[in-house]
Design a protein around this ligand. Structure first.
Ligand SMILES: [Zn+2]
Length: 103
């Protein structure tokens, strides 16, 4: 059936929409806790969320813990909330446009 699998697609655990891996942020569970994996290569069980604070809000309530098969510690939660705050403060479209026009 579907054979167009050139671009790796991943599903956001909050809104459950699949998307190009690059548009999603990987969160990884390691022995030291749960981290945002900005490089996307850290070893451990991973889950994905859109770089969108509203997806993070949903994800942090429950679906992310379920996807990672873990319960967040206070530190984990704090780390993830911090990242959510960064996302809320970002004006991503501006950056994207800048990069696009620079060729
Ligand atoms: Zn999402």
């Amino acid at each position: 059936m579907a054979r167009q699998k050139h671009k790796p697609q991943r599903m956001c655990v909050a809104c459950r929409q699949s998307q190009d891996k690059k548009s999603l942020v990987r969160i990884v569970r390691t022995n030291e806790g749960v981290f945002v994996d900005e490089v996307g290569k850290r070893a451990g069980r991973g889950a994905y969320l859109h770089a969108d604070p509203s997806c993070w809000e949903i994800g942090l309530k429950k679906s992310l813990e379920r996807a990672l098969k873990t319960s967040f510690t206070e530190q984990d939660r704090e780390r993830l909330l911090q990242y959510q705050n960064i996302l809320s403060g970002l004006t991503m479209t501006e950056t994207d446009q800048e990069l696009a026009s620079q060729e």
